[in-house]
Ligand binder design. Structure first.
Ligand code: C2E
Ligand code: CA
Ligand code: CA
Ligand code: CA
Length: 276
């Protein structure tokens, strides 16, 4: 029978091989994806939890593969890091994000995700400087989102890159807050402006046996004490919105407000909101 002995073995091996083949293929095809215009950004609104108005957008990378269709970032970002392509892709993301921000009202920020390897040398500073200059974007509007794991990988160089970004006038957000093991000590060491509460906390809120609601409130307190803007990620229900608002989380992001949008849809959202 298939469920025992060799049968199981035969079922297992091909799927691992397929997985490996797919990864190798993606890694190869990613080379040239920018040139072939296969990458694009979506923009998810980050909304004031009190007024409901858009405060800014997070740029989220997408890859439209000619044969495999839409490949999610969870599948190719780490491949881009391993194969040394993340610098070029990351630079493209920042340039496109600034291009988009130039088309929105001045008071809206634009958040971009930056991975570990982009924080290992000062070339990121040149990329940011060039992009904000090329599109005449006020550096204060640019928010660099980094995760804790980014910092663990390369502490000292990351620290100097982050300070250089701050000197340019950009702001820094700590993404997926609460999922790492050193969150609190990082708050002391790095110059953050925002904390993004990881979606996993909101997801468990309905669950009676979970302390997630207490943790969300505690992060809200922490943000107030440390003068950090708190963003709640993954807001999908009214119940979650009520909690994050009560916890003092000023900004929210999630399907309750909007999905990641095309540039056109993002522009329409802002125009509609402002009666333009
Ligand atoms: P992230 O930075 O934590 O981004 C938030 C993710 O949550 C996005 O997934 C977004 O589409 C999704 N999301 C937003 N609202 C909701 C919600 O209400 N419910 C649920 N279930 N999900 C929601 P996405 O776009 O697939 O991106 C996944 C991750 O890929 C990002 O996580 C980020 O770590 C990485 N990523 C995306 N774009 C870039 C990029 O340009 N550069 C780098 N280095 N990483 C990127
Ligand atoms: Ca993010
Ligand atoms: Ca996140
Ligand atoms: Ca995440």
């Amino acid at each position: 029978a298939k469920s025992e002995g060799r049968g199981q073995y035969r079922v297992f091996v091909p799927s691992m091989r397929d997985d490996l083949l797919r990864r190798q293929r993606l890694m190869n095809d990613l080379r040239g994806a920018i040139r072939r215009n296969e990458l694009f950004l979506l923009f998810q609104p980050i909304v004031c939890t009190v007024s409901g108005n858009t405060s800014g957008f997070e740029a989220l990378l997408r890859w439209h593969h000619p044969e495999l269709d839409l490949v999610p970032p969870s599948e190719f970002i780490d491949l881009a890091e391993k194969s040394g392509q993340i610098e070029a892709i990351g630079a493209w993301v920042i340039e496109q994000a600034c291009r988009a921000a130039a088309q929105w009202p001045e008071d809206l920020f634009i958040s971009v995700n930056v991975s570990a390897r982009q924080l290992t040398d000062m070339s990121l500073i040149a990329v940011v400087t060039d992009s904000i200059a090329a599109h005449a974007v006020n550096p204060r509007r640019l928010v660099i989102e980094i995760t804790e794991s980014t910092l663990i990988d390369n502490d000292t160089s990351a620290l100097s890159v982050l300070h250089a970004l701050k000197r340019l006038g950009c702001r820094i957000a700590l993404d997926d807050f609460g999922t790492g093991y050193a969150s609190l000590s990082y708050l002391r060491r790095f110059p953050f402006d925002k904390l993004k509460i990881d979606q996993s906390f909101l997801r468990q809120i309905g669950d009676k046996n979970s302390d997630s609601a207490k943790i969300v409130r505690a992060i809200g307190d922490l943000g107030r004490q440390m003068d950090l803007l708190v963003v709640a990620e993954g807001v999908e229900t009214q119940e979650q919105l009520d909690l994050v608002r009560e916890a003092g989380s000023v900004l929210g992001q999630g399907y309750l407000f909007d999905r990641p949008l095309t540039l056109d849809a993002a522009r329409h959202r802002v125009a509609r909101e402002r009666g333009l």
